[in-house]
Design a protein around this ligand. Structure first.
Ligand code: ADP
Length: 443
């Protein structure tokens, strides 16, 4: 019997600008909600254009003068390492805070989000003094070389599905390179980002290097994108938002780095080790309540093993433990908020209407907290909404295929191209999928 973890009871809820934790200029706050109970956890300062402007000024000053601007690369790296150490020392506290604000099972926060975030900061800490340019032989009596220089102030906009890990993915490379950052965490899950910003101070990052402005996308996020003193935007979120950001950034010709949505094919061939493939399909879809941009959300299964595979994957889905995310035995917590829950239930209804077979699940669990049953649809076809759109929930969609040419063609019939996976014992086939399925990552 696993123990129940204890949620933290105190939170940082203010805006971080320079070395100050402040209320918003407007005085406004918003509620952050515990998705397992629907109760308000805390009121958080709601930043908008005025707060972003102050944060950008602090970041600009820290970039251009003061200790950060003249710090040796190695020392920047050491600060990232120190932050990683502090997070490691508080792993349980941070995991519990993430579980409280996001709803993910504490076992996942402990085993995945925190260790991965800590690894990421250490990894980039190691890069800080290894960022090199090149010498270039050119015609004539010239010495030609390149230097890699930090771009300046980086605006960073992150989603709610892996709040602490997203912050680490964005801070690590930017700070290793010597940029300063203004981060806008998602309004659903601001608490861990604010807490690790406190730890960054403890680690010794100079004021203004890291600024955090919680708020809403169309106000705080958009003003960060439009701000003339921000040199670059790094964004992870929905592709619709990516389009808005690209437009908004055009006026100031900002550099952009995006990680957007996906509808990733997970392809199971008949010659795969089915134990591994079933476990991989379950993890690839249900991990994090299905709230992963790279979720294996189109599960293609070869005809000859289809029936056996489906039976086994359904058995595994039935074994998932949905409930209190603070219970160490729980494997599936609530969705992050009511809007997401309703969107997912809407897709489930569409799947039923359009003729897919709902083998298990399909409904909300209980009436408090945003829990959804692990759901498996079989006999899904390419044109159905559940096969086309990002559901971002615990909804597995199984599609049949007959041969390798067909599955490659169908895998590519999507506007996304984030990730893909293949299960086979034929290495030739695996490499063919890796090269012909258009995806940024193929497992
Ligand atoms: P999600 O459903 O994952 O929240 P979004 O793309 O809506 O996906 O949000 C991801 C992040 O983008 C959040 O931090 C949100 O506040 C921010 N955001 C949303 N709209 C905008 C916008 N118009 N400009 C800048 N940032 C935005």
């Amino acid at each position: 019997m696993a123990t129940i973890a204890t949620p933290p009871t105190t939170y940082q809820t203010k805006i971080l600008i320079g070395d100050q934790w402040r209320d918003s200029v407007s005085g406004k706050t918003f509620s952050t909600i515990n998705p397992a109970t629907e109760e308000v956890i805390a009121e958080v300062a709601e930043g908008d254009a005025a707060d972003i402007d102050l944060a950008v000024t602090a970041a600009r000053n820290a970039f251009e003068s003061g200790p950060w601007a003249s710090m040796d690369a190695r020392d920047r790296g050491m600060l990232l390492m120190k932050l990683a150490d502090l997070m490691e020392a508080r792993l349980e506290e941070l995991a519990a805070l993430e579980t409280l604000d996001n709803g993910k099972p504490i076992s996942d926060a402990r085993a995945a989000d925190l260790p991965l975030a800590i690894d990421c900061l250490r990894y980039y800490g190691g890069w800080a003094d290894k960022i090199q340019g090149a010498t270039i032989p050119i015609r004539g009596n010239y010495f030609c070389y390149t230097r890699r220089e930090p771009v300046g102030v980086c605006g960073q906009i992150i989603p709610w599905n892996f709040p602490i890990l997203m912050a680490a993915w964005k801070w690590g490379p930017a700070l290793a390179a010597g940029k300063t950052v203004v981060m806008e965490p998602d309004e659903q899950t601001p608490l861990t980002c604010l807490r690790i910003a406190e730890l960054a101070f403890e680690a010794g990052f100079p004021p203004g290097v890291i600024n955090v402005v919680p708020g809403f996308g169309p106000t705080a996020g958009a003003s960060l994108v439009k701000h003339p003193n921000v040199d670059k935007i790094a964004f992870t979120g929905e592709h619709h938002t990516g389009k808005i950001i690209m437009k908004d950034a055009a006026a100031t010709l900002k550099r952009l780095t995006f990680e957007l949505g996906g509808k990733s094919p997970n392809i199971v061939f008949a010659d795969a080790n089915l134990d591994d493939a079933v476990a991989g399909a379950e993890f690839g879809l249900f991990f994090n309540q299905g709230q992963c941009c790279c979720a294996g959300s189109r599960l293609f299964v070869e005809d000859s093993v289809h029936d056996e595979f489906v039976e086994r994957v359904v058995e595994r889905a039935k074994e998932r433990v949905v409930g209190n995310p603070f219970d160490g035995d729980t494997t599936q917590g609530p969705q992050v908020d009511q809007a997401q829950m309703e969107k997912i239930l809407g897709f489930i209804e569409k799947g039923k209407e359009q003729g897919a077979d709902c083998l298990i699940g399909g409904s909300r669990v209980g009436d408090q907290g945003y829990f959804i049953e692990p759901t498996v649809f079989d006999n899904v076809t390419d044109d159905m909404d559940i096969a086309q759109h990002e559901i971002f929930g615990p909804v597995m969609n199984i599609l049949r295929f007959k041969d390798v040419d067909e599955v490659i063609e169908r895998s590519n019939r999507t506007m996304f191209g984030l990730a893909a996976a293949v299960w086979t014992s034929d290495v030739t086939k695996a490499h063919r999928i890796a090269s012909e399925v258009r995806a940024g990552t193929v497992w």
